[in-house]
Each structure stands twice: as structure tokens, then as C-alpha cells.
Design a binder for this molecule. Structure first.
Ligand code: GAL
Length: 312
């Protein structure tokens, strides 16, 4: 694995470049999540049974969150895998749209993992943002590509991210940012509600139901989508290490969980409750007909093209 650094300059003197909503002193005293308006969306669940917020449009003051995180010098690593044909099909749109909408104003480092480092498009980055390309091997099965990202994420947190960033967000590449995906999404341990299941009963959740797999679950809290997960680097490393260990144990026992790394991630978040959940506004599938709860689309699934992208 080698890394190519494109102008990575850690900036320890971040300043808000717009008018503050609160004075510096006042801002320092504010506990951001105390300002969440849980009643703003009566039609949806805004808090879990263990009191974690579920973030929906209308519940938070975006400027307050941004200013506090800028004051705290929060820095965010975004990891994304673009292996094989996925690079050409999705990476440019993913990165250019992230530059428009992902954590604007904050220090962000993109970590792009690919088997084709020379094919990574050159993207114009805003100040305080940088991009690193890291070469990874290409597994022949897409299931292994997906599962082995947990290994790579854990390694890069250890060798790189922990020295530069407080937070890590891990994304699938076949998505496009279409609206603010801002600092209100940051938290200790962040899970994404799966757009297809957030309104459906537990019995429909696609947990792994095979008792031979380490991902086996009889019941759980929600169905989480592995297309987005994040949190403080310590917690994301813990999640990645857990999933990798369970994937390897399954391999030794010759079983594979139904939805691969996603099944293990669901088990992890059942055993270690996330401190923050993102509503499907943060990862929406435009093919879904019922959009009645979706007041903002911040990121949408791109068309999948599995037939051509996952072969050869
Ligand atoms: C699909 C999605 C998969 C997986 C699955 C779980 O909609 O494309 O990545 O999350 O749901 O049932």
C-alpha cells in the first residue's frame, strides 16, 4: 500500500469566514445537541430509546453547528473506495459533489482507495481540504472488496487518520451529494438508517438469519446502511476491527453473512449503540416512491448498474 499526498497541509488556525451566530464565549458554553429541536418533526422518530438523536431537517441550526465545530477545529476524514470500474463510473461525481456539500468550511481530508491510482480525477479542492490516494489490491469478488475495506479502514486510521483528524466518515462511492451534509452529522458513533427499511417492521430487516454466521441476529433496533458510517476515529476503528474479525471468523467457518460487511455492522451497532443516527435524508434512494418524510435530500444513491460493474 502506498500513499500519494496531494498538498496535505493540516491547518490548526481555522477561523469562521462568515459572521458568527453567537459570540466566541457564548459559543464555547453551548452544548450543541442541547439545541436540537426534537419536536420539529412530529411525523418521524427523532430520538432512539437510548436517547440518541436521529437527525432530520428542521431539528438543528446549521450555522451554530458549523461555527462550534470550526471553533473546536474539528477535522474530518472521508474514506471512499473506487475499485475497478467503480472508479470511472462514480468517483468524479462523488468527489465534486462532496466538495459542494460535505462539511463545507471544515477541514476535510479525502482518502481515496483504488487499484488504479493514476486514473483518479483531479478535483479542484476548496481551502483546508486535501485528498490522498492510497493503492489497494483488487479482490476478484465484489463481496471481498466490500468486506476487506474494513481492514483497510482500520489500517489507515492507525497509520494516518488518527494523526490528522478527529472524525472519520466512510462512504460508498456510488452516491452523489445533492444538499448540505454538514457538521450536524458529526458524533461519537454515527449510523445511517437504511432508506428502504426505516418505515418497515423488524421482520422485514435483512439481518443475517444464519446462526452459523457471527452476524446472526434474531432482533435488533434498526436496519443500518453500510453505505455511510462514521464517528470519532477511535470508534470507527473499533467498528472496523470488530467487523474484520467477524468476517474472518466466518471465512474460517465457511460462511458468509447475507449482506457481508453490512450484516456485521448491524450486529456491531446492536451491541454498541450508536450515539447518533442519520435519517434517510442523508442517504436517499430516489427510486423509492414514498418521499413524504424527506424534507431535504442531502445525498442520493446513484444508479447501480450491478450487471456491468460487478463482473470481470
Ligand atoms: C439494498 C442495498 C444493499 C443492501 C440491501 C440490504 O437496497 O442496495 O446495499 O443494503 O438493501 O437489504
Amino acid at each position: 500500500m502506498f500513499s500519494q499526498c496531494c498538498g496535505f497541509i493540516p491547518d490548526n488556525n481555522l477561523k469562521a469566514d462568515y459572521l458568527p451566530v453567537a459570540s466566541e464565549g457564548l459559543l464555547r458554553q453551548i452544548v450543541l445537541d442541547d439545541t436540537l429541536h426534537f419536536g420539529a418533526r412530529p411525523e418521524v422518530q427523532t430520538r432512539t430509546s437510548w436517547e440518541a438523536p436521529i437527525i432530520w431537517e428542521g431539528m438543528f441550526d446549521p450555522d451554530l453547528y458549523d461555527q462550534k465545530h470550526i471553533q473546536n477545529q474539528s477535522s474530518v476524514a472521508l474514506t471512499v473506495f473506487a475499485v475497478g470500474r467503480y472508479l470511472d463510473a462514480y468517483l468524479k461525481t462523488f468527489l465534486t459533489s462532496a466538495e459542494q456539500h460535505f462539511m463545507s468550511g471544515l477541514q476535510v481530508t479525502y482518502y481515496v482507495f483504488t487499484d488504479l491510482p493514476d486514473a483518479v480525477p483531479i478535483i479542484k479542492l476548496a481551502p483546508r481540504r486535501s485528498l490522498k490516494v492510497i493503492q489497494v489490491e483488487r479482490h476478484s469478488r465484489w463481496q471481498d472488496i466490500s468486506m476487506m475495506r474494513m481492514k483497510v479502514i482500520s489500517e489507515v486510521i492507525e497509520t494516518e487518520i488518527r494523526h490528522h483528524c478527529n472524525y472519520v466518515f466512510c462512504f460508498d462511492v456510488d452516491q452523489e451529494f445533492t444538499g448540505r451534509f454538514g457538521s450536524e452529522a458529526l458524533g461519537d458513533s454515527v449510523a445511517q438508517l437504511h432508506a428502504w427499511f426505516y418505515k418497515r417492521p423488524q421482520t422485514s430487516f435483512t439481518y443475517d438469519r444464519n446462526p452459523k454466521s457471527k452476524a446472526f441476529m434474531e432482533s435488533g433496533d434498526y436496519y443500518y446502511h453500510a453505505a455511510i458510517f462514521g464517528g470519532m476515529w477511535e470508534n470507527v476503528k473499533d467498528l472496523a476491527d470488530y467487523c474484520l474479525l467477524k468476517i474472518m471468523e466466518d471465512k474460517l467457518n465457511d460462511v458468509e453473512a447475507l449482506w457481508h460487511d453490512e450484516s456485521h455492522l448491524n450486529k456491531y451497532f446492536w451491541l454498541h449503540k450508536p450515539s447518533r443516527l442519520l435519517s434517510p435524508e442523508y442517504c436517499w434512494d430516489p427510486v423509492l416512491q414514498d418521499k413524504s418524510d424527506i424534507n431535504a435530500t442531502r445525498l442520493i444513491w446513484a444508479q447501480k448498474h450491478y450487471d456491468t460493474l460487478r463482473t470481470g
